[in-house]
Design a binder for this molecule. Structure first.
Ligand code: DHK
Length: 163
């Protein structure tokens, strides 16, 4: 079976939609443990890959990382006013942060929750993300491929929303 190319109708997307991609605690350490759960690619490499993929989709991407819950909440509130969609990997905060959930619930555009690892294959405390309740969709277990898929999904959701 031949692979279907991704079709995004750029005509019906907002002119260069703005997407915020938030990364939570310890994401800056990705790649340091080559045999680890998150693969060998550095955080900077992952960021670069997402930025170039976003460019091919016509998306203006704001890719950020913080180890601090309050900063992530401030950024989600900023996105509420300035961005069309949100992609978030809140890392360990996914399982316990009511304030991040509340901030996400106040965001009106599409939200994709992304995890590098398959959280359901790991320890039980990672099996329930509180944030999924606010997410349009969840992608997990595909590493940086999942991040690019999150961008593809966001582009398509924004197209549908417009059309
Ligand atoms: C990243 C983390 O840092 C963990 O705390 C989460 C998530 C999983 C990920 O798979 O990207 O449990």
């Amino acid at each position: 079976m031949s692979e279907q190319p991704l079709r995004v109708n750029f005509m019906s997307m907002p002119a260069s939609p703005k997407v915020m991609f938030l990364n939570g605690p310890n994401a800056n350490l990705y790649g340091l443990d080559r045999d680890g759960t998150y693969g060998s690619e550095s955080f900077e490499g992952i960021q670069q890959s997402c930025l170039s993929h976003a460019e091919t989709l016509g998306i203006t991407l704001d890719f950020r990382q913080s180890n601090h819950e309050g900063i992530l909440i401030d950024w989600i509130q900023e996105a509420r006013l300035q961005h069309d969609a949100l992609i978030i990997n809140a890392a360990g905060l996914s399982y316990r942060s009511v304030p991040i959930l509340d901030a996400l619930l106040a965001f009106e555009g599409p939200i994709i929750e992304a995890h590098m690892s398959n959280i359901w294959k790991r320890e039980p405390f990672r099996h329930h993300s509180m944030l999924s309740q606010a997410a349009t969709g969840v992608i997990a277990g595909l590493g940086v491929i999942g991040y690019r898929l999150a961008l593809d999904a966001t582009a398509q959701l924004l197209t549908q929303q417009k059309g």
